[in-house]
Design a binder for this molecule. Structure first.
Ligand code: IMP
Length: 192
């Protein structure tokens, strides 16, 4: 079985990726702590490529990385690649987005998830970007999920990410969509 290093130091993300990738004959491993990759990309895809590539080169294994975040149209795409760094807590980040949007009537937004798979030499073998459109509410709704979930309302489902069950979020989220797009390709690849 081939070992694929997940370019994250977060065991929660490893568990989440394991669930999405369970149909594949891969052994997933957590990135060694000493390998740190600076997320200097201007897009989610650039950051995913960067993380996968650098971790692959450092470990000499295949590596998979994802990068995700929220993009609000009326804020010119912010918080975008700065989603995790937009405040010091989830509440803080949500308040900042709500404050910056104020009473703007155009509340369109999207969650984006980019995924990249790198070969042991650092070259990219597969990549994709999943998008989930929604609108930003004026106040949070629902208690599930994490991050910006309570203010992100998916009109086709009539609920926020924070009101969805895990199974619903897996299906409709940017991450679920990205993995759905990538899986057919990953299934045809023979990693050695
Ligand atoms: P990362 O890709 O794990 O670095 O996530 C970037 C940031 O985007 C997270 O810290 C969250 O603030 C936000 N984010 C990404 N995906 C989601 C989601 O599904 N729900 C809510 N917030 C998210």
């Amino acid at each position: 079985m081939v070992t694929v290093v997940v370019a994250t130091g977060n065991p929660g993300k490893l568990a989440e990726l394991k669930a999405y990738l369970q149909a594949l004959d891969w052994t997933l491993a957590l990135k060694p702590e000493e390998i740190e990759v600076e997320e200097t990309g201007k897009t989610f895809l650039e950051n995913a490529r960067l993380k996968a590539s650098e971790v692959a080169i450092a470990t000499r294994h295949w590596a998979i990385a994802d990068d995700s975040g929220l993009s609000v149209m009326a804020l010119g795409g912010a918080p975008g690649v700065y989603s995790a760094r937009y405040g010091t807590s989830d509440a803080d980040r949500i308040n900042r987005v709500l404050h910056e949007l104020g009473d703007e009537t155009d509340r369109r937004a999207e969650f984006v998830c980019a995924i990249a798979l790198a070969r042991p030499d650092g070259t990219i073998a597969a990549e994709t970007e999943g998008r989930c459109p929604g609108v930003i509410l004026t106040a949070g709704q629902g208690a599930g999920g994490f991050g910006y979930d309570p203010i992100f309302y998916v009109q086709t489902q009539g609920k926020t990410f924070a009101e969805m069950s895990n199974a619903e979020k897996e299906t409709y989220s940017h991450r679920g969509i990205a993995f759905d797009q990538l899986m057919p390709k990953l299934k045809t690849m023979n990693l050695v």
